[in-house]
Structures are given as C-alpha cells and as structure tokens.
Design a protein around this ligand. Structure first.
Ligand code: NAD
Length: 488
C-alpha cells in the first residue's frame, strides 16, 4: 500500500506544511539497486580509546583496515562529507574513555551525507571488569540515542566483535569465558566451517575478518531500514566467498511463504545473490506461487508447512541438500486473549513456531541442511514488545527468538550451521494493509525513520545472514524496523 504521506513530505508544500506543524518528516531511503550499489561519499575510519584492541598499529587494526577496504568505499581519516563512519571503540575501557567517543563523533554527525551510516565497533562487556563493562555497555546508549537523533535517512549501529578484547581484559591467549547478558554466544564452538583459532591474540585480526560480511551489509544501501541495532559476532572463522557478485552460487535456498510479500522478496534477493531457490507456499496459493517462481526462475513447491511430512517433502525437493533455509511463512489470527478461541491460538502457534521447530529439527537431523548452511527464521517486533490482541502471534514470534538463541551455538557445533532471525517492524505488505487506518499510520511513523519498511529491507537482512562469510553471525535477532519505538 502506497505511503502517501511520505510522497507528500517530499514535495515543497508538503515539506513546508509538515515543518510548520511539527509533523514527522521521513526522508526517502536510498535502497540497493544495480545503479546505486554503494553509499555516496567516503568511509571515515576513526578510533576511540587509548591502546585500542583494534587500533591501526595492532594485528586486529590491520585486519580491520583490510576489512574496511573491502567495503567498496574509499577509506579516509578525514572527510568533509563522509558517506559512512566507522568508529573503532573496542579500546574504550573506562568512563573517561567515553570522552573519546564524543570527540570522534561530535564533529562528523552533522557532516554525514544523507542516508549515511555510522557503525560503532565495540567488544564484549567483561564479567570481570565492571569499568570496562560500563564503558562498553555505554556504547549501546550512544548508538540507540544517536539513531533517534540523526535523521535524513541515516542509520547508526553497534557491532560487538566478541573475539576482540581490549588490553588488560581477560588473559592473553585465553578466551573470555562468558558472553554478555544476552548470553547468545558460545565462543568455543568447533565444527568445520566454524573453527576458532587455537589461541587468539587479544584483538586478533581474525575477529575483524569475521566482521567483513556484517560491515559490508551495514555500510551499504542494503541496510536502509535497519537502525539502532546491536549485533554480536562470535570469533568463528568466516567461510570463503568465491564470487562476490554471486555469493550464494552453487547453494540451494528454500523459502517458506514465498508466494508473496516478504517471502517473495527474500526469494528474489537470494536469486540475485546466485542461489537456486525453491519457493514454498500453501497449495491454496498455488497460482500466485507459480507466478512468483516463474518470474524468478525458482522452483515452486506447493506445500503446507504444517503437514506432518513437510520435512520429508522438502528434503525430496532438494536432493543435493539445502545451503539456506528461510522460515518466513506466518499468519495472524488477532483477538484479545479473553476473546480468543483455542483454534486461533493453536493455528498461529502451529504455523509460526511449531512447524519451524519441527522442520528445523528434522532437516538438521537428516543432514539436509549442509555444513556451512544457514537457517534464518522470522520473528517480529511483536515478539519483543508484545501487542494488543496478539498474545498468540507474539508468543509464536518470541518463541522464534528463544529457538534462535538456544539452537544457534549448538547447530554450529554439531552441524556447522548458523541460526539467526529477522524481526521485522512495520513492513508494507498485505498483512499490514489489513491493519485499521489509524493503527497503520501509527505503525508507519513510530520509528526513527518515520516510515514503514519494504519487503526488500527484510530480504536484504536475510541475505546478509545467508552469506557464506557470515559464519560469525550466529544466534542473532536483527530488528528490521527503522528503530521502532516498540520494544526499543
Ligand atoms: P503475507 O501474509 O503477505 O505472506 C505470508 C505467506 O505465508 C503467504 O503467502 C501465505 O500463503 C504463506 N503461508 C501461510 N501459512 C502457511 C503454511 N502453513 N505453509 C506455507 N505457507 C504459508 O505476510 P508477510 O507480511 O509477507 O509476512 C511474512 C513473515 O514476516 C511472517 O512470518 C510474518 O509474521 C512476518 N512479519 C511481517 C511483518 C509485516 O509488517 N508485514 C512484521 C513482522 C513480522
């Protein structure tokens, strides 16, 4: 459904009126296209904190410089109008050190090009050093606040590289034993495709290598609707990408609920990235599914994901195994709990959660998901914030978050497979077109970018999880919500 307000605010009278009335002024987002594959302007590389874990003269610093060079923007130390800023704050270990963060960002925030990107690099808050933990946790406050302030379609994120430690934190050569409170990371995962170096030096260059796919995504137009997020990377060594133009070449990807909406966009973006796609949807949507599949050159698979033999039928449709499995199919059956019959509860849990658990277990056990494989599930901000009338839906989506956090580390250890989730906010699809007008308008505007996202925004996040070199991205839930106020 067209966002008429967004178009109106793009006109001169619209800009004038909305400014006078103090109404939201969404900036049109620059998304990826073959014509605009990169941000406009150079990448400004800054460092905060003394003795930074990844300062330029360390092994990790050299690794980071190499990774930033691979982003495709000229990397500079000074710029009048940067398209992106990367602030390496892994070495910020004290409250006083936070002054360096202010000193680095204060002069550049205003000069950032519209639709620009700021990425702050941090590390794990230490369970052994509360000064370091306070300083590193403080970065989250900076990023989440700056995301709300920055405007003009720009975004701000924090990437915690858990393999990087500031000097003096932990024992050199011995891994930091436990991860931050979210507890989603088990750093000592060992499996083909997810090896960790035997004795990583603090701030080892390999940790920066693991961030390459994440920085490529965040520092590009592909992440247009992602802001205010915190992403934690393990120190797993990334699998190689043979062809950067078609990183998923040779892989088969199955997308559920692919006839329309977000699923069709995911199928399209994975096809763009070189995957052979199997597009699954209910037999009742066969015509739409076949149209979508024909448009993309994908293979249609009409199948209800809740069918008891769904995993067997998927395995039969992918005789060479699956490199990517995207659980996207989902339904809503809204009612307040007091008015909700059991059938509405059960059907939502069955489609959105139970079938995801069952098919994931069976396909992993059967080895259908190959080593180096990627599982991406679909949560929702309703699963984080809750929503009036959606106890069933929010339960199913919160359940997805539980699944991803628990299974990610074990799937990596046992199968060499990562498990992550996207949590979309307000995305313009048939599902949200059915929402009553005023609630729909509120959903669109109540985020830092003051607009709804598009299915392709979710699809780009799925494609980032699916990259072969996203091995260090595991157990993560990425909100694709323009930094929605809900559950923020
Ligand atoms: P949609 O209704 O447009 O598409 C969902 C697709 O899933 C449909 O093609 C439907 O036929 C298919 N499907 C439903 N039940 C199925 C089953 N049992 N087996 C196979 N396929 C089935 O929805 P959408 O907006 O594209 O949402 C896609 C996913 O994103 C869902 O999981 C949804 O919960 C989630 N999500 C959407 C939004 C949003 O704003 N649109 C926000 C948060 C989360």
């Amino acid at each position: 459904m067209a966002d008429r307000y967004l178009h109106f605010t793009g006109t001169a009278p619209g800009r004038f009126l909305t400014r006078r009335l103090g109404l939201p002024q969404p900036a049109p987002l620059r998304r990826w296209s073959p014509e605009t594959p990169r941000l406009e302007g150079p990448l400004l590389h800054l460092t905060a904190g003394s003795g930074a874990g990844a300062g330029a003269d360390t092994e990790a610093g050299a690794g980071l410089a190499e990774v930033l060079a691979g982003v495709g923007l000229p990397v500079v130390g000074r710029a009048d109008r940067p398209g992106a800023v990367v602030l390496d704050a892994t070495g910020v270990t004290t409250a006083a050190g936070l002054g360096d963060v202010h000193a680095a960002l204060h002069p550049v925030v205003r000069s950032l090009a519209p639709g620009g990107r700021i990425v702050v690099l941090g590390t794990a808050p230490s369970p052994h050093d509360h000064h370091q933990a306070a300083a590193q946790q403080a970065l989250e406050g900076v990023v989440r606040s700056l995301g709300k302030e920055i405007g003009r379609g720009s975004t701000v994120q924090l990437v915690r590289i858990l393999g990087v430690r500031a000097p003096g934190v932990g024992v050199p050569g011995v891994r930091v034993p436990d991860a931050p409170a979210s507890g989603v990371q088990v750093p000592d995962v060992r499996a083909p495709g997810v090896q960790v170096p035997d004795a990583p030096a603090p701030g080892g260059g390999g940790a920066a290598q693991g961030a390459a796919s994440t920085l490529r995504f965040l520092l590009s137009p592909r992440s247009a609707y992602v802001s205010g997020q915190v992403i934690e990377l393990t120190d797993a060594i990334p699998d190689p990408v043979t062809d950067p133009a078609a990183p998923l070449a040779g892989r088969t990807a199955l997308v559920t609920g692919a006839a329309r909406g977000i699923g069709a966009a995911v199928a399209s973006v994975l096809t763009r990235d070189g995957a052979r796609v199997i597009a699954l949807d209910v037999p009742g949507a066969r015509e739409e599914l076949e149209r979508t599949a024909a448009r993309l050159g994908a293979t249609p698979l009409p199948l209800d994901i809740t069918a008891p033999d769904a995993a067997d039928r998927i395995a039969a449709a992918a005789p060479d195994g699956l490199g990517v499995l995207v659980h996207n199919a989902g339904i809503t059956r809204d009612r307040r709990l007091a008015n909700m019959p059991a059938e509405r509860w059960t059907s939502v849990i069955e489609v959105n959660l139970d079938s995801v658990l069952r098919t994931t277990d069976e396909l992993l056990k059967a080895g259908t998901i190959t080593r180096g494989g990627r599982i991406v599930a679909t949560a929702s901000i309703a699963g984080i914030a809750g929503n009036n009338g959606q106890t069933n839906y929010a339960a199913s989506k919160a359940g997805i978050i539980g699944l991803v956090r628990s299974l990610g580390p074990r799937a990596a250890a046992d199968h060499g497979v990562t498990v992550n989730a996207v949590a979309p906010g307000f995305i313009e699809t048939k599902m949200t077109a059915a929402v009553p007008f005023f609630i729909r308008e509120a959903g669109r505007r109540m985020n830092s970018l003051a607009q709804g996202g598009l299915p392709v925004d979710v699809a780009e996040a799925v494609a980032w999880f699916a990259q072969p070199d996203s091995t260090a991205v595991n157990g993560q839930v990425l909100r694709v919500c323009g930094q929605s106020l809900l559950g923020a």
